[in-house]
Design a protein around this ligand. Structure first.
Ligand SMILES: Nc1ncnc2c1ncn2[C@@H]1O[C@H](COP(=O)(O)OP(=O)(O)O)[C@@H](O)[C@H]1O
Ligand SMILES: [Mg+2]
Length: 329
């Protein structure tokens, strides 16, 4: 559905060159749900704007939904839907009229665009709001309308740039439920950007971690977490002598990365915490080690980002918010 090679974009701003996207090589299969996860300024919006033909690349190539973004931008545009970061429908029009106008703009007949508007309102559970003006909708309802607008021409591929930023957690979940139901019903390929770790983790089957214009990791959330951070077993023992013996027993496990002790607490990093923990507990018991508590913690995508960059995504998001003002451009 998407193939890019060396896709690059730089900007000249105040005599300086900003390399927003540096050599993106992508192959995205039809029907997938892919997240671009990265801090503000990582190059997510710039990547999406090149793939949606809104911004010409400085160099490189991209074929999207079978059409070349450089030589056949209108071929691309007819097959994709795009929800830009923070963009929204005009506020004085009625919800149903917005959808009908959009359908007409894509060449549907009057009756056809009316029917399409009705089915989209139903799909995104906006029926009750059809007669309301857009300005009266809540943030979450408005985002769902934006998504409906991006779907009027039944695109095979939907790009969503930070679709839930600024929404409360409940509205975020509702937006995702709707997006994923559409995907199940229509097989739409979905590419979205986010700086919410949980969102990439929950909804994407493939996560591309981007930082400073480059993809620094690309895999399923499960594999990213298993490969980089591993699980962590944390044992509380009765005293330091028990902790020392627990360290030895943990080191003897077949798949263990690292074992450390801090007072009576023993920490074990392993890629397979769920199978290693019961084995370890049995061995501790057999050796007479007094184990008072045992916890298994799973790594998060934040651990992954930290492992890759030495920064947490939350820190980076805060540190570079100033660059986010370019996003509306
Ligand atoms: N129109 C522009 N002019 C100058 N610099 C830009 C422009 N658009 C984006 N940038 C810069 O390119 C980098 C990537 O921005 P962007 O793609 O918006 O990142 P993200 O969407 O991941 O937050 C940032 O450093 C940003 O300041
Ligand atoms: Mg952005």
């Amino acid at each position: 559905m998407i193939h890019t090679r060396g896709l690059t974009r730089s900007f000249r701003a105040k005599g300086e060159t900003v390399e927003a996207v540096r050599g993106l090589d992508l192959d995205i299969e039809a029907g997938s749900v892919v997240a671009f996860l990265g801090p503000n300024g990582a190059g997510k919006t710039t990547s999406l704007r090149m793939l949606t033909t809104l911004l010409p690349p400085t160099s490189g190539s991209a074929v999207v939904a079978g059409y070349d973004v450089l030589t056949d931008p209108s071929g691309v545009r007819h097959r994709i839907g795009y929800l830009g970061q923070g963009n929204s429908a005009g506020s004085n029009f009625r919800v149903s009229d917005e959808l009908i106008t959009q359908g007409r703009a894509y060449g549907l007949s009057r009756a056809g665009s009316r029917a399409r508007a009705e089915s989209l309102l139903a799909a995104l559970e906006l029926e009750g709001l059809a007669k309301r003006t857009v300005g009266t909708l809540s943030g979450g309802q408005r985002r769902r309308l934006d998504i409906a607008l991006a779907l009027v021409h039944e695109p095979e591929l939907l790009f969503l740039d930070e679709p839930t930023t600024g929404l409360d957690p409940h509205s975020r979940a509702t937006v995702w439920e709707h997006v994923l139901r559409l995907r199940e019903e229509l097989g739409t390929t979905i590419v979205f950007t986010t700086h919410y770790l949980e969102e990439a983790d929950l909804w994407a089957r493939r996560v591309m971690v981007v930082d400073h214009g480059r993809v620094i990791a690309d895999d399923s959330p499960e594999k990213l977490k298993a490969g980089l951070a591993g699980d962590r077993i944390i044992l509380g023992t009765a005293d330091r002598a028990d902790a020392g013996r627990a360290v030895e027993l943990a080191r003897a496990l077949p798949t263990v990365h690292e074992v450390t002790a801090d007072g009576t607490e023993v920490r074990v990093r392993t890629p397979h915490g769920d199978t290693q923990l019961p084995v370890l507990l049995r061995n501790l018991e057999a050796a007479g080690v007094r184990t008072l508590t045992a916890r298994l913690t799973r790594p998060t995508l934040d651990d992954v980002f930290l492992g890759l960059t030495g920064r947490t995504l939350r820190e980076s998001a805060g540190a570079t918010t100033a660059t986010a003002t370019h996003d509306g451009a």
